[in-house]
Design a protein around this ligand. Sequence first.
Ligand code: DQQ
Length: 441
Amino acid sequence: MNDPNGLIQWRGRYHLFYQHNPAGAYWGDIHWGHAVSDDLRHWEHLPIVMAPDPDGPDAGGCFSGCAVVDNCVVKFVYTGVDPQVCCLATGSPDLLTWTKHPHNPVIAGPPEDLGAPGFRDHSVWREDDHWHQVIGSGIANQGGAALHYRSPDLIDWEYLGPLLTGDRAESGEMWECPDFFPLGDRHALVLSVLPEKRVHYFSGLYDNGRFTPDRYARLDLGAEFYAPQTMVDDAGRRLMWGWLREGRTVDAQIAAGWSGAMAVPRVLNMTADGRLTARPVPEIDALRGHHEHFQDLPLTPDADLRLPAVEGDCLELRLEIDTGGAAEVGLRVRCAPDGSEQATITCTVADGALSIDRRRSSLDATVELDLEHGTTGLPGGAPLVLRVLLDRSVLEIFPEGGAPAATRVYPTRTDSKGISFFARGAPARLTRLDCWQMDPT
Ligand code: DQQ
């Protein structure tokens, strides 16, 4: 699987559609897969809902798109390739059968004068009795662009111009998977940026068809979180799913028999100063099994703190650190007993930045072994509250009130299950630590 698509809560159930290659564990021949859940924890696979039509405008693949409800009927606005065009499909009431619109493509391509490097992925909303959408694109020699269209019926679309264009040096050449939505008093435009392959957002005011952002920031500091999409559920929450890419070779993916995963669904919020924050949906708290609790443990710069009761590769940690005079604090996960494998998460106290160091996370030199660093938006010097979700290769880190980080690690050793905590520069205190083994029932 890759990108989440068409997210919707319909008749009470969460539907997750996604980019999918039924032929194998590698990217290609893109169909739309389908899974449903009642509780955001247990997911049931359902049959594929869309396949490329050899004689249609999506012959080269049914690329990413979103779901909208039009007069009580669910419709997909998605990208057909090649060339990249905008298509429409209508769902049956149970969302199991989809009919592609006979007038597809409903938009035959980007305005020619843009020299657009791409024209794909859709975010659709209702405004002033019309449908509006932005499509991911770019303007030659200028930068990424979110192209704004309007329609009375999802079929006839009028181009209104770019909702936003970026500067190539700052925000990349091409914007994939734009998602434009209101949150709090503002709007956010979430983008998957090429060629960097990282997720950023603009936040600002949207008024009278004009979006005026005053912030551009990383949405997730992990290297493998990509192509996220959001939805509003029946409880009014803005939920986000993101694709967790693989950090291993295509041959390794094929040998494993699977490729790609969804990150844990997140609840998004907007701070008063325009920062997007994310935390795991509370529904996943029910996965918490065996529990260990500790408090007020000293962290000294000379040695990592290891607690024999705290180890594993399928668990949740919640820790609070009083950073004291330390320059850096953090933890290591998936550690081999001799330290030959370990992934290190470090928070720099002065500026609240986070780094995820995978350089020693595996003895397999063919997997991604890098150091990713970014700012969380947390104020420097504050106590650190972190939630860490570890599910074998999936590592998701949520600093309370700051930007999260989701990535993948691939230790080779079956005993790489150790966890330790550290402070550097001066002592700090682990004021509280909870560790829950994940209980899959
Ligand atoms: N994945 C889809 C595209 C999108 C990209 C193709 C982002 O629609 O731009 O599988 O991961």
